[in-house]
Write a protein that binds this ligand. Structure first.
Ligand code: SAH
Ligand code: SF4
Length: 413
């Protein structure tokens, strides 16, 4: 038998060119044909490809020794060319009586990212669900001021494997007591459409029956409104459910809440989202974080209803999770209910989402922000003051003239 040495020196194994500090490729980000080619050039029979895929994906392998059924030499060779798990260490916090599990993962270069595993028990007419909420970037360049990730700023894009391994982490955790992951949402740290190539690769791995094997219909990607990314997805055809984080129907306020709006304003985002719904036949989910006294008035509900009336759309109202260093808190529940009723009366489908894991900061980015340390008190005070002034001006309908701070993938920050 051919001796099993890695066929490529470290750094040139298939699927590399990944961020992070380990030069080996993360195996979950490598396509099956590339793994097959790697095996073939190591003199392995074709059936090993299937065996390796099964041991890795179904067996939730983290280290070469977990690749049961493979010869020890092949296990070792896999370990020399590939990283089986790009999440080096995971710190776990539980809340909601165990229904919400928040994970803070350390990556090879020391970066911290978060994912949340949410359990929804069975109820009348609905099976139990287990949803992984995952990150696509370290930090985020968009800088929404009510979001802990936005405050962290942009670190780097995640590799395909770093994205997929968050889902594998959740699946492994569930499998230990016989449960299965049912849904994946890209609603953790980062803007997925600013790391779209890798997000698309990750979705392929997750949806592929020969790899993770979760139906594409069970995957939702949320964007703050990256119009070229939405248009690219539309051209590709249905890939997953698209959620658009709107948070305001009028430009002056959306400029403040989602700074990307200065580059792609509400009308452009809506036009791209509508084209996507028309071309894929899939309803768009609009996310609307309810911030007390900021975007929750009757006039805001009216503007949103006018915008979405007749669309293939669904609105999710999310009470704002408390985030350090903002001057804002969630709208009171009666205000949220009144807002929902106005939308419903206008024929716009709407759901109020329950906060999950508030005490552990389940709006992603909060645990990582805590690890990043406290910013200087004076800077926090200035930020709060600036946000209060900017939102007050926006509520009066004045549009800010600040240039957009947003960086697109590949651009210098
Ligand atoms: N960047 C993407 C996806 C990650 S954020 C996006 O913005 O869509 C996922 C969702 O969490 C978004 O709808 C975002 O607006 C929301 N979110 C962020 N911080 C929040 C907070 N403090 N309270 C409630 N929702 C929040
Ligand atoms: Fe980025 Fe989304 Fe947070 Fe805005 S809400 S800063 S786009 S992660």
């Amino acid at each position: 038998m051919t001796s099993l040495v890695p066929i490529a020196p470290p750094g040139t194994a298939p699927g590399t060119a990944e961020p992070g500090s380990d030069p080996r490729a993360g195996l979950s980000g490598v396509r099956l044909d590339e793994v097959g080619a790697w095996l073939a050039s190591a003199g392995q029979p074709p059936y090993r490809a299937r065996q390796l895929a099964d041991a890795f994906w179904r067996g939730h392998a983290r280290v070469p020794a977990d690749l049961r059924g493979l010869p020890a030499a092949l296990q070792a060779a896999v370990g020399e060319s590939f990283v089986l798990d790009t999440l080096i260490e995971t710190e776990l916090q539980l809340s909601d009586g165990g229904l919400t599990e928040k994970a803070l993962h350390t990556l090879a270069d020391g970066s911290l990212i978060e994912s949340v595993l949410m359990h929804y028990p069975a109820r009348a007419g609905h099976r139990e669900r287990h949803t992984a909420c995952i990150s696509s970037q370290v930090g985020c360049a968009v800088g929404c001021p009510f979001c802990a990730t936005g405050e962290l700023g942009f670190g780097r894009d995640l590799s395909t494997a770093e994205i997929v391994d968050q889902v594998r982490w959740a699946a492994r955790r569930l499998s230990s007591d016989g449960r299965r992951l049912t849904n994946v949402v890209f609603m953790g740290m980062g803007e997925p459409l600013l790391n779209l190539d890798r997000v698309l690769e990750a979705v392929s791995a997750l949806a592929d029956a020969a790899r993770f094997g979760l139906g594409a219909r069970h995957i939702t990607v949320s964007t703050s409104g990256v119009v070229p990314g939405i248009r690219r997805l539309t051209a590709l055809g249905p890939q997953f459910t698209l959620a658009v984080s709107l948070h305001a129907a009028r430009d002056p306020l959306r400029d403040v809440l989602v700074p990307l709006n200065r580059r792609w304003p509400v009308a452009e985002v809506l036009a791209a989202a509508r084209d996507h719904a028309a071309s894929t036949g899939r309803r768009i989910s609009y996310e609307y974080t309810m911030i007390g006294g900021v975007n929750d008035t009757a006039a805001d509900a009216e503007a949103l209803a006018v915008l979405l009336r007749g669309d293939l759309a669904h609105v999710n109202l999310i009470p704002m999770n408390p985030v350090a260093h903002t001057p804002w808190t969630a709208s009171p529940m009666p205000v949220i209910e009144a807002f929902a009723a106005r939308l419903r009366d206008a024929g716009v489908p709407v759901t109020i989402r329950r906060n999950r894991g508030q005490e552990i900061g389940a709006a992603c980015g909060q645990l990582a922000a805590e690890h990043a340390g406290e910013p200087p008190v004076a800077a926090v005070a200035r930020r709060r003051e600036r946000l209060v002034t900017a939102s007050a001006a926006a509520i009066r309908g004045e549009r800010s003239v600040d240039p957009s701070p947003v960086r697109e993938s590949g651009e210098e920050a």
